[in-house]
Design a protein around this ligand. Structure first.
Ligand SMILES: [Zn+2]
Length: 245
């Protein structure tokens, strides 16, 4: 593994030309995560997973994108959201640059729900260019959440600034968690929640969706380990399908 941001270009070029040839890009967000977690919560998670993944794949670790498409949290001051087309354009540009530098494929580790659509569009554009690329959206994490979660979820599949995300940050960088500020919020969502674009600030004053009080670093580590394994499982097929070196 080599950390591109901390390495001279000949070292990175040699690594991209090597047997792995993979470049791993963490794609984060600057998004509200309640009164107790940092705006960079999704970036922290993406960077941690990308770092572990690059180690296992002997890949080039790229520096993270600290912004993402966080339109649904844009009503909370402090959130800085990119337009979906910007997210797509960044991922396409990075994929093309990695390919031009001799890399075999781009692996995007996505940290934020809002980036999913834009990153999928980017993967389609890169595929049309003949550049192998894949986005990983926390594969394996949902099953691990079911195994560790003690609190009730605010809505099906919604994990925001509650037990899950707080556990992740406690595992990655506990100094970033203001444990004296925990609050639980369970909004009343309309029946069409999740079926059409809806901003979140009318539903939770704090920005918490669920309950962070049952979060622990041990749960966060379990979630990270399960997600790393999920990423490796998905990538096994992807890497097997790449042109041989
Ligand atoms: Zn998040």
């Amino acid at each position: 593994m080599i950390d591109a941001a901390r390495s001279p270009w000949p070292d990175v070029a040699a690594h991209l030309a090597g047997p792995s040839g993979l470049a791993v890009l963490p794609f984060g967000a600057l998004e509200q995560h309640g009164p107790h977690l940092p705006l960079s919560t999704d970036t922290l998670t993406a960077v941690e997973l990308a770092h572990r993944l690059a180690g296992r794949l002997d890949a080039v670790l790229l520096p993270p994108v600290h912004y993402g498409d966080t339109w649904n949290n844009a009503g909370y001051p402090g959130t800085v959201s990119l337009a979906p087309g910007t997210v797509t354009a960044i991922a396409v540009d990075v994929g093309r640059a990695v390919s031009a530098a001799g890399g075999r494929a781009l692996v995007v580790v996505n940290g934020d729900w809002g980036n999913r659509g834009p990153l999928y569009s980017a993967m389609r554009t890169l595929a049309a260019d003949g550049i192998p690329a894949i986005t990983l959206d926390h594969p394996g994490m949902a099953a691990a959440i079911e195994a560790v979660r003690e609190s009730r979820e605010a809505a099906p599949g919604l994990a925001h600034a509650e037990e899950v995300e707080t556990s992740l940050v406690l595992a990655i960088d506990p100094a970033m968690v203001r444990t004296d500020r925990y609050v639980a919020e369970y909004p009343d969502f309309p029946t069409d929640f999740g079926t059409r674009p809806m901003q979140l600030h009318p539903f939770s004053a704090s920005g918490v969706f669920g309950d962070p009080r049952t979060a622990t670093a041990a749960k966060g580590e379990t979630l990270l380990a399960a997600t790393l394994q999920g990423c490796l499982d998905v990538l096994a097929g992807f890497v097997a399908g790449l042109p041989p070196r």
